[in-house]
Design a binder for this molecule. Structure first.
Ligand code: ADP
Ligand code: ZN
Ligand code: ZN
Length: 746
């Protein structure tokens, strides 16, 4: 007779305190099978709900306990370390533990929703194919058509294969029965990447810089120590090769390695390289996979079959049990921040995991975030490793700034400056390719003087004011408002107003100016169809066009050896985003864009059009001088008390009724003020409520309050009080509150 067992169960029921568990009795029939991490059915408030077992004990802690009804799944869904991660995330980001846990095991929870389909593959070996072809051609041409279709397209379903061959599905069955087709009911992972070439598996000789980087990364691992390494390498310095070598070592030690990339579709060469080096040891995880595909990869990681994980943000939650190495490639990228609950940053989660497993966290970037880089300075807690040279000794592209105010004064009010046009024509003449890069984000709300370059800023926050429909300029941080001026307050010009150009207009104007040019456009409109993104890039790479016009999408990861010129149309748009990180973003973007050129044999050139040529972000980017940028930007942040000199939190209220949203936000502000002036509070800056950028999104009005403080712990104390009091509950009917710790998009 087994002794009595009780389970602590975590439930997701509104109105329940966010991290509270409830005790249930484990009925005898489950005494042997129930374990930590099981999902169970339980009675709760007269209903039957599911919950997660996060503790088992022999002691009853409350008088009245009900019985668990049954197991929802055969096996437990998570381990203790994964639950500890959920607890940490909930505590750090102020969300409920169950929401964090659900994010961590999402692929398993979604699995039941995915149906597995049978997929068909040609099973005939290359040697026997000719004979089979000949036989079928004589006897069963339809069967031959099916076999050929299966050869061209591996992994089609029964219906797809029949349709592709113009045959009836019964022909597919016949071939399968004959053993000429192999059926796999496991979800087939459709690999969108080119198969690895033999060359990808070749181990290049590391440069001296790369060798040292590998040593520096591996050194702490040999001593079983946790360390964060900031790998600051210029574009083209061969960071990927460094990652690969380090991973090999980690695998030999019997541990796992996780590599995160900002967006998988932009890094096909990385996937190819990983697969070439590590074969089926690699599991790939990203958002464009089907639930079934993701589940399969997840299980391969969990079982230990795939010790190398390569994926986007959520791959940081992968069920590796002993990550010796976690790599964040392009660590500064904004896509590492999740913009819905739990609003985690992959870097912060990676740091937690690397600490717990005594692993090394590598933060790789050509343009590190200020937050990371300042920790890698002398005396800091991270180790700085630099790759200052491009491999093969290729030189960095020459960058030239074009002052658009001068163009304006010379009577050129168009999109293209004269120097850029001349360069484009020169490239066309030399049969070289060019990329025209256009910034779109925040385009419609930026007001700029085209004669002197003035952009109005909030006198309190140093944030660019943005134009609102009511004809006023507004600060998105503190809600300072002022009437939009008709004349430039600095130079008196009338040329002050919206600053907006779409990719379509750029393409049209360019075509009119250079009729002979073959132009391709890459933006949200031209890439809405699946696969069209790659098609356009392939066409460009194959030389089917001379000029590629595109948005942010083309800034990252592209490797186009034929491109020798990049033109940036409007560097100012990012520079004046209503965000305290605008300068940082501009530097990152310009550096990245510049990295797209000169990747072939010929050196590259970059032309940047701007109304603010003197800005240090633009200046430093032209000289490829990260340190100069860092110094200036840090000084500004220090002046304003912004991160990395402070910790920041944002409270965002959303709802359909604008006045209700606003009132709730004002009430929250008063609450926050109350906690902040408690004796144990902290010196905190609080601004708002103000309309958030994207003040109206999908029918919802959005207002926010921003709080920051140099006193991290003090701010946390205040937020804990706030969280204890509100529990993240909706601040009113039809309203939603999100707490965003370390916000990025503000
Ligand atoms: P990064 O990520 O630092 O911008 P990559 O990792 O993409 O740079 O490397 C740039 C190019 O240099 C790649 O084509 C890569 O194959 C090549 N490469 C890397 N290391 C070496 C090396 N030691 N010798 C020769 N080529 C190398
Ligand atoms: Zn002016
Ligand atoms: Zn302000």
């Amino acid at each position: 007779m087994a002794e009595k067992l009780f389970a602590d169960v975590l439930v997701e029921v509104s109105g329940v305190k966010p991290d509270r568990t409830f005790q249930y009795r484990v009925p005898e029939k489950l005494a042997l099978s129930l374990r930590f991490g099981h999902r169970v059915h339980i009675p709760f408030g007269g209903r039957r709900v599911t919950g997660f077992v996060v503790g088992i004990s022999g002691e009853k802690s409350v008088e009245q306990v009900k019985d668990i009804i049954g197991l929802a799944d055969e096996k437990p869904l998570f381990r203790e370390d994964q639950f500890a991660l959920a607890r940490w995330m909930a505590g750090y980001y102020f969300c409920s533990t169950v929401r964090a846990l659900q994010a961590i095991i999402a692929p398993v929870l979604k699995k039941t929703a995915s149906r597995r389909v049978a997929r068909y593959f040609c099973a005939a070996g290359a040697g026997e194919l000719p004979a089979i072809r000949e036989e079928l051609a004589r006897r069963a041409p339809k069967s031959l058509a099916v076999l050929e279709a299966a050869l061209v397209n591996a992994g089609l379903t029964r219906g797809e294969l029949a349709a592709a061959a113009g045959a009836s599905p019964s022909v597919v069955d016949k071939l399968a029965a004959r053993g000429l087709l192999r059926v796999e009911s496991k979800t087939f992972y459709r690999d969108p990447y080119p198969q690895p070439a033999a060359a990808d598996a070749v181990q290049v000789r590391l440069t001296a810089e790369q060798k040292r980087a590998v040593q520096d990364i591996l050194a702490p691992l040999k001593d079983g120590e946790h360390r964060v390494v900031m790998l600051h390498g210029v574009t083209g310095s061969g960071k990927t090769e460094v990652y690969l070598r380090c991973i090999e070592h980690v695998l030999r030690a019997g541990r796992q390695a996780v590599t995160l990339v900002p967006e998988i579709s932009l890094t096909p060469q990385m996937v190819r390289l990983y697969k070439a080096r590590f074969g089926s040891d690699v599991a790939v995880l990203h958002s464009r996979m089907s639930d079934g595909e993701r589940y399969d990869e997840w299980m391969r990681i969990e079982s230990g079959a795939a010790p190398v994980v390569l994926g986007t943000r959520s791959a940081v939650l992968a069920p590796v049990s002993d990550p010796g190495l976690i790599i964040l490639d392009e660590e500064h990228e904004w896509s590492y921040k999740q913009e819905e609950t739990p609003r985690y940053h992959a870097r912060a989660v990676a740091l937690y995991r690397a600490q717990k497993s005594r692993g090394v966290l590598v933060l790789g970037s050509a343009t590190p975030s200020l937050e990371s880089y300042c920790r890698a300075l002398p005396g800091g807690v991270y180790k700085l490793v630099s790759l200052a040279k491009r491999v093969d000794g290729r030189i960095m592209p020459a960058v030239q700034i074009i002052d658009m105010r001068e163009e304006m004064r010379d009577g050129n009010g168009g999109i293209f400056s004269l120097p850029l046009l001349q360069k484009l024509e020169e490239k066309l003449h030399n049969k070289e390719q060019a990329i025209i890069f256009l910034n779109r984000r925040g385009l419609k709300t930026l007001v700029v003087c085209r004669e002197c370059g003035l952009v109005l800023k909030c006198p309190r926050c140093e944030i660019s004011l943005t134009y609102h429909a009511d004809g006023r300029l507004r600060c998105h941080y503190c809600n300072y408002t002022v009437k939009a001026p008709e004349l430039c307050p600095d130079c008196g010009s009338r040329q002050i107003g919206y600053f907006g150009t779409g990719t379509q207009r750029v393409e049209k104007e360019l075509q009119a100016l250079i009729p002979a040019a073959r132009i391709l456009r890459l933006d949200a409109d031209t890439t809405s169809r699946k696969g069209s993104h790659q098609q356009i890039l392939d066409a460009f790479k194959n030389g089917e066009a001379d000029i590629l016009v595109g948005t942010q999408m083309i800034a990252k990861g592209l490797d186009m050896p034929g491109v020798t010129l990049v033109g940036v149309i409007n560097a100012d748009v990012t520079l004046h985003m209503p965000d305290f990180r605008a300068g940082e973003r501009t530097f990152q973007l310009l550096t990245q864009v510049a990295g797209r050129t000169g990747r072939g044999d010929k050196p590259g050139e970059v032309l940047i059009q701007t109304y603010t040529p003197e800005h240090y972000s633009v200046q430093a980017a032209t000289r490829h001088d990260y340190k100069a940028f860092f110094k200036q930007e840090m000084a500004l942040r220090k002046d304003m008390g912004y991160p990395p000199f402070a910790k920041m939190v944002r409270l965002l209220v959303q709802g359909r009724d604008e006045s209700a949203v606003r009132q709730a936000a004002e009430h929250l502000r008063a609450q926050l003020d109350g906690f902040a002036c408690l004796p144990e509070g902290a010196k905190i800056f609080i601004v708002g409520p103000a309309p958030a950028p994207l003040a109206r999104l999908k029918e919802n009005y959005r207002w926010h309050i921003i709080a920051w403080s140099a006193d991290y712990r003090g701010l946390r104390r205040v937020m804990k009080e706030f969280w204890r009091a509100t529990g993240g509950e909706a601040p009113g009917k039809g309203l939603r509150l999100s707490i965003d710790v370390d916000p990025m998009n503000i």
